[in-house]
Design a protein around this ligand. Structure first.
Ligand code: ZN
Length: 295
């Protein structure tokens, strides 16, 4: 199935649905960061929530950042999401791999840990930022986001996330489903949704076996109304220019040391693992510019 995102309504518009397929997107993250399977699952689940939350933003001036840290071996998971369906992200330690002995499933909760928090920071461009932070429930990410939406955004929500990784570490299927109860949702809508979730196959199975997102979303309720479809992708907007800007924020001694002692520098973008080399001449040029600017 092709990657993408669908927004829809059901139960006479009292229930909102976000559904995404992120297989190629998560595999791109895996390749860029050399993620081991459990790290692919942890970052992949967070990237999938990221594309769905990004699509809730009102304009391209807005963005949001998700940060998860449960004091587990994977360290911090960080994802930036944008309104047009693109996301970027990384984990502190990409080389983690744990499986549950009984089911053989990737043990995301063990890699992430649950002694910590999930934080979402929304940047509304010109206006103030908004942030919400909740304690992690299980570190499995889906449950943690369901708790976050219900407590921090006061929107009762169900979240299903899945990443299926092949033995050769390639991502076979990934995606996410978010179902939110609008304020006018009825008891019957809630009962209907709970029943649906009880019988819903894992997200990665649906993405792997079904033909399209439309097919999946239409099967959830009897009156599904599709609002919008959009593409999704892993994309970072770092460039030599953004790296230079970052260097100008370093202390002057450090900048001069890069010129006189190291004769150049190499900077890696955390989000996409791209590497940028700046020559001594480029660093001198930057320093000249700063000197003129400072006067
Ligand atoms: Zn980058």
């Amino acid at each position: 199935m092709k990657d993408g995102l669908i927004k829809a309504l059901a139960c006479d518009k009292r229930v909102r649905i976000y559904l995404c397929a992120t297989t190629a997107l998560v595999d791109e993250a895996r390749k860029r960061h050399d993620l081991w399977p459990t790290a692919s699952a942890a970052l992949g689940r967070t990237l999938s929530v990221g594309v769905m939350m990004g699509s809730m933003l009102k304009s391209d001036k807005e963005q949001l950042t998700i940060q998860i840290n449960g004091n587990g071996p994977i360290g911090t998971i960080m994802v930036d999401a944008y309104s047009d369906g693109h996301v970027r992200g990384f984990v502190g330690e990409p080389h983690v791999h744990y499986q549950y002995n009984d089911t053989g499933k990737l043990a995301v909760g063990i890699a992430v840990g649950k002694d910590g928090y999930l934080e979402v920071i929304k940047d509304f461009g010109m206006k103030d930022n908004w942030s919400g932070k909740v304690a992690l429930q299980s570190g499995e990410i889906g449950e943690d986001f369901a708790y976050y939406f219900t407590v921090s955004e006061q929107t009762p929500s169900a979240v299903s996330l899945g990443v299926l990784v092949n033995p050769d570490h390639q991502v076979q299927a990934a995606g996410g489903l978010l179902i939110q109860m609008m304020p006018d949702a009825t008891e019957e809508d809630i009962v209907k949704t709970e029943a649906l979730l009880k019988t819903l196959p894992p997200m990665s199975t649906l993405i792997n076996e079904k033909e399209s997102l439309r097919e999946i979303v239409s099967s959830l309720y009897d009156d599904v109304e599709i609002l919008e479809e959009m593409p999704v992708e892993f994309r970072c907007h770092c460039s030599k220019a953004t790296i230079k800007r970052m260097i100008t924020t370093l202390p002057k001694e450090e900048r001069l040391a890069m010129i006189h002692e190291d004769h150049g520098c190499e900077v890696t973008c955390h989000f996409c693992n791209s590497t940028y080399q700046l020559s001594e001449a480029e660093l001198r040029e930057l320093e000249d510019f700063l000197e003129r600017y400072e006067k």
